[in-house]
Design a protein around this ligand. Structure first.
Ligand SMILES: [Zn+2]
Length: 468
């Protein structure tokens, strides 16, 4: 019988033969890293900040969110309801006050804002409804790099069995009190540090009614030409205590073909075999690297799919506007504990209650998010206009790029992997240059280029487009 399992082709075995542009040849063995995903440098400032993430604070915040009874987007938000502490308006006011409190603790370092709009009547919106997103901006400390934004979000609205029930309890501890708590805790901990780029801590509403809040926010960002490099959406990261839960893993979903790709871009992706290299997927790989380096207590499990099967979330609103965005979700959802009225039937407890949430797990996910935000906000901008020269047929590969905007980069690295590999396998430091030639065929591997600063912070990698 012929074995269908063949040994891997040896394209990548010859790593020592790799030569970069001539001036760098001397340093080539030292500069080459065999496992690209092990190269994230731990920044002790970031590692110390991660220790401040508190399961107790997360617990208090989730319990506070549950205490508003319902946070249905279409529930009451008049001043009476806000005073009484029930409904989506009271929840929103509290989130805002919490961000403001963190800001007071850092000398006013956070700019706390709202994005309010009237959502017209729609499928799950019975009458025109005011929807308010709440966010806090930690502005970058470097004038040029402050334009660059990394963002973390969760949705603070909730629902029960009936999407149009505005009165009944909808505790939403896991969905998505957990994600809201991640945004809040990242804001509390990271606001004690300064980063060259800007971090936005966002909490949106309207998710359950149709991604309304995130849709509005992402469109605003696109219209105002915000330079958002990464969006981390946390939705159902409570680590529900069901027996088959894996508390060591968090799923990270990322789109393959970009939702915002034009017909021309889709044709190019098809021609290059680029289906696995969207900007969102580079972000997912970056998160995997950060997970290796900082060991936040939970391991990112990359899922190469937009979201769970046939389901969706707020990151999709950002994908549609052309931003890199991923979704974090616990390993195994318990459907008795989400979108359910609180009740017991045949001995089964239904409802999204705080007692089913594992607060240590949420803290681990918050650490992974905070480490990713801090790493990206510390890093140089990705290199611009990355090209792979394709004018002549040749077996070497020459890449060119423009310097990382913002002046933080002191070097560049070319990464590559086999076309069948999920994560970057090799990294070659090529110095502070704008061109590198590798003795590897572009037919056989996928390349990217990233920028590195003097402390070793890495940008997101950029996959080249061909230049004829
Ligand atoms: Zn949700």
């Amino acid at each position: 019988m012929i074995s269908l399992l063949r040994k891997r082709p040896s394209v990548l075995a010859g790593v020592l033969l790799v030569a970069v542009a001539s001036a760098l040849a001397a340093a080539q063995t030292e500069s080459h890293v065999d496992r690209a995903s092990g190269t994230t440098v731990v920044d002790s400032r970031i590692a110390t900040a991660l220790q401040q993430v508190s399961p107790d604070r997360i617990r208090a915040n989730i319990e506070k969110l549950v205490s508003f009874g319902t946070r249905s987007t279409i529930s009451a938000q008049d001043s009476g309801a806000i005073q009484a502490g029930r409904g989506v308006g009271a929840a929103r006011q509290w989130i805002q006050s919490e961000f403001k409190r963190y800001s007071r603790d850092c000398g006013g370092c956070l700019d706390v804002k709202t994005d309010s709009f009237t959502q017209p009547t729609a499928d799950r919106i019975p009458r025109p409804t005011e929807i308010t997103n709440v966010y806090a901006v930690l502005k970058g400390s470097d004038a040029e790099n402050a334009k660059r934004i990394v963002l973390v979000t969760g949705h603070y609205d909730s629902r029960n069995s009936d999407i149009s029930d505005v009165k009944g309890d909808a505790p939403g501890a896991n969905d998505d009190g957990s994600g809201t708590a991640v945004s809040l805790e990242c804001a509390r901990v990271l606001s004690k540090l300064k980063f060259p780029a800007t971090i936005i801590f966002l909490s949106v509403a309207g998710e359950e009614q149709g991604l309304n809040g995130s849709d509005h926010f992402a469109k605003m960002a696109k219209e105002q030409r915000w330079d958002i490099e990464a969006v981390l959406n946390n939705d159902i990261v409570g680590g529900d205590k069901s027996p088959d839960q894996d508390h060591s893993v968090v799923r990270v979903f990322s789109e393959g073909l970009p939702a915002a790709a034009t017909e021309q871009e889709i044709r190019r992706i098809r021609g290059l075999g680029g289906e696995n290299d969207s900007a969102s997927r580079q972000l997912a790989r970056y998160i995997a690297d950060v997970g290796h380096a900082y060991d936040p207590g939970v391991k990112p499990m990359l899922v190469f799919r937009l979201d769970r099967y046939l389901r969706g979330g707020d990151h999709y609103s950002f994908n549609q506007q052309g931003f890199a965005a991923v979704r974090f979700t616990e390993f195994r959802e318990d459907f008795h504990h989400q979108h359910q009225n609180v009740r017991t039937e045949n001995g089964i407890e239904y409802g999204d209650l705080a007692k089913f949430v594992d607060f240590d797990y949420v803290a681990h996910v918050a650490r992974l998010n905070a480490a990713t935000l801090a790493s990206l906000a510390s890093a140089p901008a990705p290199p611009a206009n990355v090209h792979l020269l394709a004018k002549d047929l040749e077996n070497d590969s020459t890449l060119t790029w423009e310097s990382s905007p913002g002046g933080l980069a002191t070097a560049y690295e070319v990464l590559w992997r086999a076309t069948t590999s999920p994560e970057w396998e090799h990294a070659e430091k090529v110095g502070n240059v704008n061109r590198a030639t590798l003795k590897l065929s572009k037919d056989n591997v996928i390349f990217s280029v990233r920028a590195v600063d003097a402390q070793g912070h890495r940008s997101l990698p950029v996959v080249p487009v061909p230049q004829r």
